[in-house]
Each structure stands twice: as structure tokens, then as C-alpha cells.
Write a protein that binds this ligand. Structure first.
Ligand SMILES: [Zn+2]
Ligand SMILES: [Zn+2]
Length: 257
């Protein structure tokens, strides 16, 4: 079992690295990756610039210890902003990362997954168009290894008004062409939308375009490590997935499930 997405006290998580490790060992996870938030905008949920070195040192220290059946990876969840590729690349290059999750928490200056104030300004279909356009740009940027919570725009039960099949298909195709991995992010079940990120329609398309997948709990406290994983793995298998991917020094590793 692999859990490549979690947050500690260094960004907006409630628990420290060791608590997450303890829980991962209990849950039989074999590869875990820490992915605190990095965001170019000053937000209270991302790691502070001055803590980047602390994070790198902490994770190296943890990797140097023997955790038995558990291996530790160093990742980050990096916010993608169109036209900020150089700034993002600059930060990534400073850190000895195993992988980078690219996530879209902003539409322009709007942090749509924490700030509900602008819902209603656009139709849901327009939001989907804007959001998935940014996902496609993120995929083409070459900055990332994994696309995070691919349809996060639905978080507050923002469902499309009409078919968005074309949008999903174009986005999945772009992800496939750029050799990215997509995570099945299990946190969605505990959000208002009540389902995994991405939805089953998208998982079907990912399979069709042979996009490799990984698994992330997006844990913000120790109890969320590995959440809903049995259900997630059964779902992936039902779509024909029999392997999950992890990363070491930004190279793909493949594991059977
Ligand atoms: Zn996120
Ligand atoms: Zn996250």
C-alpha cells in the first residue's frame, strides 16, 4: 500500500511526521510520502519560505532511520499558477525531492477550495472550463510528476450543468501525452462532494488512455493516513488497474496491487 499525499504541522496538518509514520505502520502502508503545501501566494495553509530547509532536513533525518517495512519519500504539493512556471521550477530545484504533486487550488486569485464567496459568479460549467483549462496547463508545464485531486472543483458539490465529457477527455489526453501520474485522492469522500477525486467517469478515461495512477489520503491529521484505501483499491481494480506508482528521485516506480 502506498500513501503519497499528506500534510504535517509544517503546512496545514495537525500532526508531526512521526505521528503519521506511526499510523502508516499500523495501517500496513509500505511507501509513504510527505507532501506539505508550497504556494507562491502568501496563504496560511502553506509552508513558510524559511521552513523549506527545515522540511528537507527533517525528511532526510527520517529517511536515515529504519522503519522496517515502511519506506519514506519526500514530496511536496505545489500550487500551479499559469505563467509562474519559472518561479515554481526555481523552488522545486532547491529541494531533494522524490516527486512533486501539482495541484490547482486557485482560479486566478480566487482560492476556490477555501473561499466560498465567489460561487455563483459563474455557471458551474464555466467553472469547470476554467478549472480544467488550468489542469491542462499544469500537465503541459513539465513541472510535476503527479496531478493532485484532479477534479477538486467539485469539492462543494459543484456539479456540471451539462455534459463535460469533452473537457474530461481533453484533460486526460493532455495528462497522458505528458506522461503524468494521477492520484486517486481519497479525501473527497469526507468532503461535501462525498466521492473520490477524480470521479469514476474520469477513472475510466484514465484507464482508456493508460494513465498510471497512485493513491493519496491527503491526510491533515494522523488518523486520516490511508483513509478509505481498501475501497479505493477495489475501485481501481474494477477499472482494470493492477499496479500503483510511486517515485524515487523523480523516477517512477511500479508496484502491483
Ligand atoms: Zn490540495
Ligand atoms: Zn493536499
Amino acid at each position: 500500500m502506498i500513501d503519497l499525499h499528506m500534510h504535517t504541522v509544517l503546512s496545514d496538518g495537525k500532526d508531526n511526521h512521526e505521528s503519521h509514520i506511526k499510523m502508516a505502520l499500523q495501517k500496513g502502508i509500505e511507501i509513504m510520502g510527505f507532501t506539505d503545501h508550497i504556494c507562491l501566494k502568501p496563504v496560511n495553509w502553506a509552508i513558510r519560505q524559511e521552513d523549506l530547509a527545515v522540511m528537507a532536513e527533517k525528511i532526510q533525518d527520517l529517511k536515515d532511520q529504519n522503519w522496517g517495512p515502511l519506506e519514506i519519500r519526500f514530496g511536496v504539493e505545489m500550487d500551479y499558477f499559469p505563467h509562474k512556471e519559472k518561479e515554481i521550477a526555481q523552488i522545486i530545484s532547491q529541494l531533494p525531492l522524490d516527486y512533486v504533486i501539482g495541484s490547482i487550488h486557485f482560479i486566478d486569485d480566487w482560492n476556490y477550495d477555501t473561499d466560498k464567496s465567489l460561487y455563483g459568479k459563474w455557471t458551474n460549467d464555466e467553472l469547470y472550463e476554467m478549472y480544467f483549462d488550468i489542469v491542462q496547463q499544469a500537465a503541459k508545464s513539465g513541472l510535476f510528476d503527479i496531478i493532485g485531486h484532479m477534479d477538486l472543483i467539485k469539492k462543494f458539490r459543484i456539479w456540471p450543468e451539462h455534459s463535460v465529457d469533452h473537457l474530461y477527455e481533453r484533460t486526460v489526453k493532455t495528462i497522458a501525452e505528458n506522461n503524468l501520474v494521477v492520484e486517486l485522492n481519497t479525501s473527497g469522500v469526507d468532503r461535501p462532494c462525498g466521492e473520490f477525486f477524480p470521479n469514476e467517469q474520469i477513472i475510466g478515461l484514465l484507464r482508456k488512455y493508460e494513465v498510471p495512477m497512485t493513491l493519496g489520503s491527503d491526510a491533515h491529521n494522523q488518523n486520516q493516513v490511508g483513509r478509505h484505501f481498501h475501497e479505493a483499491i477495489e475501485l481501481l481494480k474494477s477499472y482494470g488497474y493492477n499496479e500503483l506508482y510511486a517515485f524515487k528521485k523523480r523516477k517512477k516506480e511500479r508496484y502491483r496491487i
